[in-house]
Design a protein around this ligand. Structure first.
Ligand SMILES: C[S@@+](CC[C@H](N)C(=O)[O-])C[C@H]1O[C@@H](n2cnc3c(N)ncnc32)[C@H](O)[C@@H]1O
Length: 260
């Protein structure tokens, strides 16, 4: 708890990241990931192996862009730093722990960005959605883009914010959380380089006797093409969120998103 408070105080974060609860969420993700490092190890290993394989199969390895880089736990950072000229990590929050880990690396660049492109608009600070990836999409040297367990995270902070701000919500288009997911897929499809999408798509809430209590569509009804592979990620094993209930996410991967 003290460590979480200290981390929150020490992390430089844009006011919008704070207002939409994403600084708090980053810190919570760090501490939950640490507590559940054994339960999450299989998911992280799966993601890292997949990204390493895709990178190894590319004809050129100039620039790789990781979207939703977060704590860089599901990304094979060493391999990418060795095999690409430049590694670009994009997230709305970069914790100091990540910045420290990157200090010795000369070919890593951090970009701080709201990847929904919509938060400033929602908050009344812009007239519409910004193009969050415009300059990276235009960059011909980007040979690989990985959306790393980001997609499902784009919608819920917006949904929560709209619920907390009903007057502002009434002046905005409907179904913005789903639109945030659809916009990200459109953004990915505009890259000329190879795109790999990894995302959790469903949460299952299960009791100790195996009874399924609830299922939640994490994509807000947005249709995705058939995935190349999928696996389970025990995000909150028994005792983490609730004593007698576990929360398991189904993660899907699209190795060549948009062209597979
Ligand atoms: C589940 S984590 C991804 C895990 C991460 N790849 C890792 O290895 O630790 C989701 C990430 O998405 C980021 N995120 C959530 N909403 C975002 C937004 N609107 N713009 C940019 N990043 C966002 C969070 O800060 C978090 O780091």
């Amino acid at each position: 708890m003290l460590a979480e408070l200290a981390l929150r105080a020490l992390t430089p974060a844009a006011p919008l990241a704070r207002r939409f609860g994403l600084l708090q969420e980053s810190v919570a993700l760090w501490s939950r990931g640490y507590r559940q490092r054994k339960a999450w190890a299989g998911h992280h290993a799966h993601c890292r192996k997949l990204i390493t394989e895709i990178a190894a199969g590319l004809p050129h390895r100039r620039k790789v862009v990781i979207l939703g880089s977060g704590l860089v736990r599901d990304v094979p950072l060493n391999d990418l730093c060795e095999s690409f000229d430049e590694v670009v990590l994009v997230d709305i929050v970069h914790l100091p722990l990540v910045r420290l880990r990157l200090l010795p690396r000369r070919n890593v660049r951090l970009v701080t960005r709201d990847l929904t492109g919509a938060m400033a608009w929602l908050a009344g600070e812009a007239d519409g959605r910004a193009e969050p990836l415009a300059e990276l999409i235009a960059d011909e040297a980007v040979d690989l883009v990985v959306s790393a367990n980001l997609l499902s995270q784009l919608a819920w902070p917006v949904a929560d914010w709209l619920e907390d701000n009903p007057a502002r919500a009434a002046a905005l288009p409907d179904e913005l959380p789903a639109r945030c997911i659809a916009w990200h897929l459109e953004d990915l499809s505009r890259f000329k380089g190879h795109v790999c999408l990894i995302s959790d798509v469903e949460m299952v809430e299960r009791e100790r006797d195996g009874t399924i209590h609830d299922r939640l569509d994490l994509t807000y009804g947005v249709t995705l093409p058939p995935e190349d592979e999928s696996w389970l990620w025990p995000v909150a094993p028994f005792g983490e969120a609730e004593r007698d209930r576990e929360f398991v996410h189904r993660v899907c991967a699209w190795r060549d998103f948009g062209r597979g």
